[in-house]
Design a protein around this ligand. Sequence first.
Ligand code: ZN
Length: 349
Amino acid sequence: MRESHRIELPRIVLVGAGVIEELGEICLELGFGRALIVSGRRTFKVAGERAIEILKRSGLEVKATHALRANLETVERVAGEAGDMGAEVVIGVGGGRVIDVAKMAAAKSRIEFISAPTTASHDGIASSLASIKGLGRPYSVKAVAPIAVVADSEVIAGAPYRLTASGCGDVIAKVVAVRDWRLAHEVNGEYYGEYAASLALMSSNLVMRSAELIRARDDEGYRTLIEALVSCGVAMSIAGSSRPCSGSEHLFSHALDVIAPRPALHGEQCGVGTIMMAKLHSLDWREIRESLRAVGAPTTAEELGIEPRYIVEALVRARWIRPGRYTILDEVRLTSEEAKRLAEECEVI
Ligand SMILES: [Zn+2]
């Protein structure tokens, strides 16, 4: 048992249609006068430009910069720009890469971070963790929790649907992640938090139940997904690690990122991993597959656009990706033949 347990949570979470308009007010409320906005090429046009106007209207000094890659070089450049202008807050207005860079740059500069996601593609939008290339690890590392999350469902609904379906995959994955966490607790006595686990599991269940609404691009469906992604971030903050949200299915996705010539989206790969890991955990993997199908997320290697041999290799190599993260894969220790059989039985290959 750890002696102390530090939980960092966002102070303000705004979800809904048009909430980006409130970005200026939020900055004033939090006492910020100078902000650096980080966005991507497409997201700058979609929401970045608008964010600049909104902040200027509120009297803030604003500068904008781009983050096209989530690597160390970009983080250092953005942190430098934040320092040069004396920014008090870095605001990430964009998709996963942008949010990760803005979050890490804020952490490096020891200033605040506001998350304004333009897609619902993964659970980093409200978490304190970031996935950055160049750190020698294919999984996410500690950065800083956002002080505010401004998730405009109208902006997010305008993003390509594939990204939304991917976000569903990342949330549905928690059903396995929580099982792996409990297993690590039982086998290794690892800290396990019932509250964080329940929160992650509830998010997974709600998204599975809302699959049709999300697929229909209904605002209520989008809000459920966004709230689920935010809740997953909160679950990680409460747990003090990514444990409630990242188990063997994430290791499988990270392995694909390392070995596949052209990996698919993070949440898409996690979704497919969830089907197979659920089978190893003796969960109802067919129901999980149905939910992924209902939401329009890939359930096969072909739909991922990844050759079957990489799926098999990733299944075998996944347990070596992150030393110290005990999962079902450490129990079953799949051989190549067993991995192939598992993927075949789940009709992934
Ligand atoms: Zn994830």
